[in-house]
Design a protein around this ligand. Structure first.
Ligand code: NAP
Length: 494
């Protein structure tokens, strides 16, 4: 069977797009280009630069499996170091010449067996395969709060941090207490004049150590692969990830006790003032929203120059935020740590598949994709970190690598069948969606009754609702009978 080099376009030079590029370059079989709308690589880690930015995956696990990093300074990786890691890796794997910066893809249309691509700049291209690696959390959610435009100070979203402002003598208001808000408060407390933390829903905080690696330790990790392997303790980490996923999915209800006890104990033992402790006590079970790991939030929020505000926000006025109890919180800076539109994915890009099927219509009820990777009527269009994949307190790099393993097999089959339109069958996706939604209703995100970005517009958890291991198994090889054209499974592997 012929094995033909394909033209592949990757959208986005964040963690997942770089992964695709590295793998395609290594394989050396296909022509490819990565289009990136910004002027630097890094995605999330380029856009987020807020004080305290940290990933809550243990540092040595937050890397590509083929490019470990012995040089992390802390047990949890700081955002700036993550960005540095991706920049070094991009350079080391010779990827920069393959990236076209400042090119935002606005339209992808499947026509006569190829994808016709249009950039905002006017540039056009075409491809046999499109890989959307556009990220999950990149469209800031900025709530419309009455009077916001009248605020006299600076105001920005956490992912658009204004580093031009010297905060040391400022009164800062931070809206939102997800992972981002909590990290910002912890980092700024004691370094600014005053902080008001606006909390709409209390959050459970899981205690976590975030110590430093000494110079000696880092040298050892560099020089001795066994030392790096020992600190990673891969089997313990994998067991923890699997155990956590089983708790979330309701497959192991008892396993939640550890998290519940740790969070409750953390609140009881860390917060002295009983009134503040009650304000910080959620009325939902831990894990119902994305669990927040923090070594120092409770310490920060108890400082005399930090205030927790639990009254609702009534409106914003020139000098600050007025809460529903009538109080004016005078502020110089307002930070929206209010999260992202997690359902956007590659939108606002216009994607039109076979027979004029529009992504906007296909996703009218909710974003969906077979095993988070591919969609009927959108042939040879594959996603990394697409809808309904595993998004939890674990490494999205691992998820992207698993997905790449699967996608590369689809691309391999296409190379053997030039011109084929490979996509899952419609009824396969429908059945998958039925099962996924039924399983999603058993997850703690649904049964716990919480509101969070894990839920779609219809209140159904959008994340992978089964165990982590099930995802690993599904990604090991495509079930060819689930895909069009028929007979893909009969093509002998190259
Ligand atoms: P988020 O988890 O969606 O939290 C948004 C916060 O803003 C919530 O506290 C929410 O309150 C509040 N909020 C939204 N609209 C509001 C309004 N109109 N008035 C008052 N409060 C409002 O967003 P995030 O903290 O940016 O985190 C998003 C995700 O990014 C995380 O879940 C995680 O996946 C990732 N992340 C990870 C890390 C890490 O690895 N450590 C760090 C940062 C971010 P309610 O709870 O009441 O809705």
């Amino acid at each position: 069977m012929a094995d033909t080099g394909l033209k592949i376009v990757v959208i986005g030079a964040g963690m997942a797009g770089l992964l695709a590029g590295i793998k395609l370059r290594e394989e050396g079989k296909h022509q490819f280009v990565i289009y990136e709308k910004a002027d630097r690589i890094g995605g999330t880690w380029r856009e987020n630069t807020y004080p305290g930015l940290t990933c809550d995956v243990p540092s040595h696990h937050y890397t590509y499996s083929f490019e470990r990093n012995p040089d992390w300074s802390r047990h949890l990786p700081p955002g700036g170091e993550i960005q540095g890691y991706f920049e070094r890796t991009c350079e080391k794997f010779g990827l920069y010449p393959f990236i076209r910066f400042g090119e935002e893809l606005t339209q992808a249309t499947y026509l006569d067996g190829r994808w016709q691509l249009q950039m905002a700049s006017g540039l056009r291209d075409e491809a046999d395969v499109v890989i959307a690696a556009t990220g999950v959390l990149h469209h800031p959610n900025i709530p419309e709060i009455e009077g916001a435009e009248s605020f006299a100070g600076a105001m920005f979203h956490s992912s658009r941090w204004d580093h031009g402002i010297d905060l040391s003598d400022q009164r800062i208001g931070v809206i939102g207490n997800g992972s981002t808000g909590v990290q910002i408060i912890s980092a700024l407390a004691g370094r600014v004049r005053h902080i008001s933390h606006f909390q709409r829903t209390a959050q459970w905080i899981m205690p976590v150590e975030n110590g430093y690696f000494s110079d000696e330790e880092r040298a050892r990790f560099r020089d001795d692969p066994a030392a790096l392997e020992a600190v990673m303790d891969v089997s313990a980490y994998q067991a923890a990830v699997e155990g956590y996923s089983q708790v979330i999915t309701g497959e192991n209800g008892d396993g939640a006790d550890y998290f519940i006890d740790s969070c409750k104990q953390n609140l009881e033992s860390s917060v002295e003032d009983p009134e503040l402790r009650e304000k910080l006590r959620p009325d939902h079970a831990p894990l119902c929203k994305r669990l927040i790991f923090s070594p120092d939030y409770y310490e920060a929020i108890q400082r005399p120059d930090t205030a927790l505000v639990t009254a609702g926000i009534k409106h914003i006025e020139a000098s600050g935020i007025r809460t529903t109890d009538g109080k004016l919180h005078e502020l110089d800076v307002i930070v929206y740590a209010t999260g992202f539109h997690a359902d956007a994915f590659m939108r606002p890009m216009q994607v039109q598949g076979r027979d004029g099927v529009k992504l906007e219509d296909f996703w009218a009820d909710r974003p969906k994709a077979y095993l988070a990777v591919s969609m009927p009527d959108f042939p040879n269009f594959f996603m990394l970190n697409g809808p309904n994949g595993p998004v939890g307190n674990f490494s999205l790099i691992d998820i992207a690598e698993l997905q790449w393993g699967y996608i590369s097999q689809l691309i391999g089959r296409l190379a053997q069948l030039p011109g084929a339109a490979i996509c899952p069958r419609r009824e396969v996706l429908e059945e998958f969606e039925r099962e996924r939604i039924a399983a999603a209703k058993k997850t703690i995100w649904f049964t716990g009754g919480c509101h969070s970005w894990y839920l779609d517009a219809q209140g159904i958890p959008a994340s992978w609702p089964w165990s982590y291991q099930r995802f690993v198994d599904k990604m090991s090889a495509p079930r060819w009978e689930d895909f069009e054209p028929a007979g893909l499974g009969d093509v002998s592997a190259a």
